[in-house]
Design a protein around this ligand. Structure first.
Ligand SMILES: Nc1ncnc2c1ncn2[C@@H]1O[C@H](COP(=O)(O)OP(=O)(O)OP(=O)(O)O)[C@@H](O)[C@H]1O
Ligand code: NI
Length: 305
């Protein structure tokens, strides 16, 4: 089975098949923002998507959220399956946002407007999404003390605002939650709390795509079931998170792990190339022509010659 056959594995959840996104900047310059990205996230599971800044992680999130720039050229499939029924994200209506798929953003304080209380903004989300939940119920679910609901975003810590953002994401009972660097501005304790909360969301049935460049947190918390590693717009390997972290198959994954502070901060041997200047059909990391090869439950982009 290859990665492109993933649809048969996911009864409920998110399926990304061969997603390619090109963003024209000028007549001669195009950003190769995502190339042949295939990923699946089953209901009840967390799939981590990790890689350095600028490799295309948020572009994948934007495709799933239907938030790509209008002039982006997109091919491939993004589907949300709910009990076997598929919603085509790329061609369907925008109504799916918040209901089928919800975003937990990187900077929740920019997600909420500063001039209104958390309560009024959550109330609005609940009304817009016709949420089955009341505000107190949602606040309790994410561990946001209800007496803080009348605060303005700037009056709360980053961790608490992130909980409010997760409450907003849960309001529409989404089948899929895309968390794009949800712990980027948080200290270790609050990072761990948010990761625990995402685990609870998955345990309650959501398919969670967790975008991060913090492999250290994934190692520490063991929160992802599956882990995909992305480099210069392409997935270079994917497999059970524990296996990928303990025994990386791609040299880029090994380099990322060696660069962690707890592993000696070894500088990455190559800088990330500009995505405007990518060679076709070769791995930007190794320079070799590559194919995706699947062995058991792991897939690797490996040299084809
Ligand atoms: N709207 C856009 N217009 C033009 N280029 C874009 C746009 N959005 C993203 N890009 C480019 O696409 C590439 C991938 O960006 P993306 O934001 O997905 O990276 P990322 O992996 O999420 O990085 P980070 O970890 O810093 O968030 C980058 O080269 C970026 O400059
Ligand atoms: Ni990003």
């Amino acid at each position: 089975m290859t990665l492109t056959d993933v649809s048969v594995q996911v009864e409920s959840g998110l399926i990304v098949q061969d997603l390619t996104v090109r963003i024209p900047l000028s007549r001669n310059t195009t950003v190769h923002a995502a190339t042949g990205v295939s990923l699946n996230v089953a209901s009840g599971r967390i799939t981590g998507l990790a890689g350095e800044s600028g490799c295309g992680k948020s572009v994948v999130a934007s495709a799933v959220m239907r938030m790509l720039p209008r002039h982006a050229v997109v091919s491939g499939n993004v589907m949300v399956r709910i009990h076997g029924e598929a919603v085509d994200v790329l061609t369907g209506t925008r109504a799916h946002r918040g209901r089928h798929v919800a975003l937990v953003p990187q900077s929740p304080s920019t997600h909420f407007t500063p001039v209104r209380t958390i309560r009024s903004q959550l109330d609005e989300t609940i009304a817009t999404l016709e949420s089955p939940y009341g505000i107190e119920e949602l606040a309790q679910r994410v561990g946001l003390p209800t007496e803080l609901l009348d605060s303005y975003p700037h009056e709360l810590s980053g961790g608490l605002v992130q909980r409010a953002a997760i409450a907003a994401a849960l309001a529409g009972e989404p089948a899929v939650i895309v968390a794009d660097e949800p712990t980027a501005s948080l200290d270790r304790r609050r990072t761990d709390q948010v990761l625990d909360l995402l685990r609870e969301c998955a345990d309650a049935g959501a398919a969670v795509l967790l975008i991060t460049h913090d492999l250290g947190a994934l190692l520490r918390k063991d929160v992802a079931d599956t882990l995909a590693i992305m480099y210069a717009s392409r997935i270079v390997e994917v497999g059970p998170a524990r296996d990928v972290l303990a025994d990386p198959w791609h040299e880029y994954t090994s380099a990322l792990l060696a660069a962690l502070p707890e592993r000696g901060l070894k500088p990455l041997p190559r800088v990330t190339p500009a995505l405007t200047d990518l060679p076709p059909d070769v791995c930007a990391y190794t320079g070799a022509p590559t194919t995706l090869v699947t062995r058991g439950d792991r897939t690797l982009r490996e040299r084809s010659i």
